[in-house]
Write a protein that binds this ligand. Structure first.
Ligand SMILES: [Zn+2]
Length: 598
């Protein structure tokens, strides 16, 4: 396992980004290892390719035309752009302003006064007729910027601070550390002032008593910030509420035939971004399925013109909604809009790698064990998820992904190797390595949609994603709610001396979810996130190999029993059970049990 991780997480493989040639090198390495071990491909080759949508191509120039007072006027090119996920076609109808198309069930947590009555605390679409209409909708949610942008900016701010603080700490220069902290904190408060009043930010990242111990810890800062934001009066909006897909699906369900997006001037983090008001491009890397209707984004100054040339503006409407958190939706009198979009998807073939260990008397039944082998690449790839880190003179710009997920990949390989030393299993075991996980579990999704064998033959799927950093948090095993047989089976296998959290729900964030959605019982092994998660510091030298051996003992115990024909009947998700956005252990209601070592 150490050797495999060292290779997969080496700088030569540059972080195994799915759309890079480096992923192919990793796929060929896996295929060669299985060849050498004497396993067989499931189809013609170990690599099973799937088409990954990487963008879209316009087959005709897009258009938006606005009719007011009987006069049709096309929007100038450059003031709007189709989103890459847009449906193709033409949509026309009266224009309706729908605010953020947001909804909140969570009433305000008023610091003084009684809690709000039950019922939606906020709904931009309440009482709005959208049947056959074109919706003009703000991106994000009331009073909040793009959360990913905010996260990236905070991370950049923190990285710069920590790099500049390091030499001052080494020199014990408390005065300059104090000044550096004040400067960085000032920038943070300024960036956030449009969303959370400065006086509420006093408790976010305070200077410690001894300035020489000051540290910008992104997780802690983000947590403190979210806690402050949650205390603001008015309805609360969930993390996914601002997502483009959520909005468009809600609008379409209400009858809208086309959608015009706009980022309101208050939603930008800086004045430069507000002035630039960048439009989306067609080479988005996280496309997913096409949206149900044509969708374009316009610049906010253009949207102002759509609303009635001066009288009503997006700026004013957004400011009013944000100020008192009350919707301001309604038809734009006398205005109809026509959107026309024609896009073709652009795809690239990407390899999942599958190797089979054929069973004996139960060979028709399949047990899958899998791990994703892709990662986020180097700085500049994968929509900038990997951010370079400066260590003195050296800039590290490769996210090696040793824990995520060279660790799971190596453990799957090792289980295959170990099994070849033993009698063959009764059921067929398929060792599976997914690509495209970091782009939205795309490899497993594609495999579950178009498997090289009948999915009805699959009795269970075991997923290993980040099993290399066993620490004080112990091991988490998720997915126990997918079969009543899991807990007794795991109890029988034992704990290998580890602290273990047994989680009932099925986390949506890794590849097992694609199979759970096909009614296949799943388990998910995971040692938790850490400070090096999705950063250049996730390197092979930090892998806990003895920890991996102990985890491997448990996974191996599970696999031997499954290989030997153990029944794991599918359990349909009950109310409140099933898939969960959070990681194992995040919701006390779905924890099955915790076992402490010793
Ligand atoms: Zn992962």
């Amino acid at each position: 396992m150490a050797a495999d991780i060292a290779f997969l997480a080496s700088d030569e493989l540059r972080g195994r980004f799915t759309l890079s040639p480096d992923l192919r090198v990793a796929a060929e390495f896996l295929a060669a290892r299985y060849q050498e071990l004497g396993l067989v491909p499931v189809g013609p080759a170990f690599a099973v390719e799937f088409p990954l949508t990487t963008g879209a191509r316009a087959t005709r120039a897009p258009g938006v035309a606005v009719t007011r007072g009987g006069k049709a006027r096309p929007l100038p090119a450059g003031s709007f752009a189709p989103v890459a996920q847009s449906a193709s076609g033409t949509a026309a109808g009266p224009l309706v302003f729908v605010g953020y198309a947001a909804r909140s069930e969570v009433a305000a947590v008023h610091e003084d006064g009684p809690p709000d009555p039950a019922g939606p605390a906020y709904d931009d679409l309440a009482g709005v007729d959208l049947q056959g209409k074109v919706a003009l909708v703000l991106l994000e949610v009331p009073g909040r910027p793009d959360p990913m942008k905010l996260y990236t900016r905070l991370r950049d701010l923190g990285d710069r601070f920590n790099a500049e603080a390091a030499p001052l700490k080494a020199a014990g220069d408390a005065d300059r550390l104090r000044a550096l902290h004040a400067g960085t904190r000032g920038k943070m408060v300024e960036m956030l002032s449009a969303f959370v009043p400065a006086e509420r930010l006093a408790g976010v990242w305070p200077l410690p008593e001894d300035p020489r111990t000051v540290e910008f810890e992104l997780g802690a800062v983000a947590k403190a910030l979210m806690a402050e934001a949650a205390k603001l009066p008015g309805p609360q909006f969930g993390f996914g509420e601002g997502a483009l897909r959520t909005k468009v699906e809600r609008l379409t369900k209400a009858g809208a035939v086309g959608v015009i997006l706009v980022r309101g001037p208050r939603s930008f983090l800086t004045a430069e971004e507000r002035a630039a008001d960048e439009l989306p491009t067609l080479d988005g890397l996280k496309l997913g399925e096409a949206l149900p209707v044509p969708v374009v984004q316009v610049q906010w100054k253009t949207a102002d013109a759509l609303l009635g040339a001066g009288k009503q503006t997006v700026s004013k409407l957004q400011a009013r909604i944000d100020a008192d958190r009350r919707p301001r939706s309604g038809p734009v009198a006398g205005v109809t809009a026509e959107i026309s979009v024609a896009l073709d998807p652009v795809t690239a073939p990407v390899p999942n790698v599958l190797a089979s260990l054929p069973g004996t008397d139960l060979a028709q039944e399949v047990v899958m064990i899998g791990a994703h082998y892709d990662h986020i690449g180097k700085a500049g790839e994968g929509e900038g998820e990997c951010n370079a880190v400066r260590k003195g003179e050296v800039v590290d710009e490769i996210c090696n992904g040793a824990d995520d997920n060279a660790s799971g990949t190596a453990m799957v390989l090792e289980l295959a190797r170990a099994w070849k030393q033993r009698p063959p299993p009764r059921r067929t075991i398929v060792f599976t390595h997914f690509a495209g996980e970091e782009m939205g579990i795309l490899g497993s999704k594609a495999l579950a949609e178009a498997p090289p064998f009948d999915l009805k033959r699959v009795v269970a799927m075991i997923n290993l994603d980040m099993v290399g950093r066993l620490g004080p948090k112990g091991l988490a095993i998720g997915g126990l709610g997918s079969s009543d047989a899991w807990l007794p089976l795991l109890d029988e296998v034992g704990t290998a001396g580890l602290d273990i959290l047994y989680e009932g729900s099925v986390a949506t964030r890794s590849d097992h979810a694609s199979f759970y959605r096909k009614d296949i019982p799943v388990l998910f092994f995971f040692t938790g996130t850490h400070a090096d998660y999705h950063r250049p510091g996730d390197t092979a030298d930090k892998i806990n190999l003895p920890g991996m051996l102990a985890i491997g003992e448990i996974v191996g115990g599970v696999m031997l029993r499954l290989g030997d024909g153990r029944a794991v009947p599918w359990k349909p998700p009950g109310p409140g059970g099933g898939l969960a956005a959070g990681l194992p252990g995040s919701d006390p209601k779905t924890i099955v049990k915790r076992v402490k070592a010793g």
